[in-house]
Design a protein around this ligand. Structure first.
Ligand code: CA
Length: 221
């Protein structure tokens, strides 16, 4: 990771620099609030370790500025200010974590890893899938269905049904499985929803499997 260390205390700064470098991180260390902004404009970081008490300014001002300009960059506040008010203020300004000096280095490293993991789009869950069959595309993340590239408006229930069918295409979904996706009050209306779906996305995509249920056939290549 590339870490931006903002810390005016030489002893603390040197110790953190050494530990973080030993852990394999690249560290850019500045000691003044004035240096933060010029550096952040020209460099990209994975996380910021931010001391609040700086000789030429207050870290909370920097925190507010960071959040305004770069909303995603994880910030761990490292400070001797231990009041609840200070902590709450930092969190309300957008700090991802808050560590009171003196702290144990392993705890700092663990918290740093945690905030970076939480902010990383690759971590946690993968990007929601996009399904494509014929001229129909379903984007789960954007809750968007298009036919020939043109957005189609579906009800919540229609979207849920199409999602289930597209996720496991080439597999028959029984009526009971699909009815389980309907609101309780609409349990008897599966055929109506399927019929509406066909009207909106085209007749060919959803096949009826007589006496069993419905399926979406994989595109033949
Ligand atoms: Ca300080």
């Amino acid at each position: 990771m590339k870490i931006f260390l903002v810390e005016d205390d030489m002893a603390v700064g040197r110790a953190l620099l050494s530990v973080l470098q030993d852990e394999g991180h690249v560290v850019v260390w500045v000691r003044l609030a004035a240096q933060v902004w010029e550096r952040i404009q020209v460099d990209t970081f994975d996380a910021v370790l931010l001391d609040l008490g700086l000789p030429d300014g207050d870290g909370t001002v920097l925190l507010r500025q960071l959040r305004t300009e770069n909303s995603d960059l994880p910030v761990v506040v490292i400070t001797a200010r231990d009041s609840l008010e200070d902590r709450l203020r930092s969190f309300s300004l957008g700090a991802d974590d808050y560590l009171i000096k003196p702290f144990e280095i392993p705890e700092l490293l663990a918290r740093l890893r945690a905030v970076v993991r939480r902010s990383s789009p690759a971590a946690g869950s993968e990007a929601p899938p996009v399904w494509k069959q014929g001229d129909c595309t379903l984007d789960e993340g954007r809750l968007l269905v298009t036919r020939c590239g043109v957005p189609v408006t579906l009800s919540k229930t229609e979207f849920a049904l199409l999602c289930a069918l597209m996720r496991q295409s080439d597999r028959v979904h029984t009526r009971a499985q699909l009815e389980a996706l309907l609101p309780q009050s609409e349990a008897q209306t599966l055929d109506v929803h399927i019929s509406n779906l066909r009207r909106k996305i085209g007749d060919g995509l959803i096949r009826t499997v007589r006496g069993v249920g419905y399926m979406v056939l994989c595109e033949s290549t």
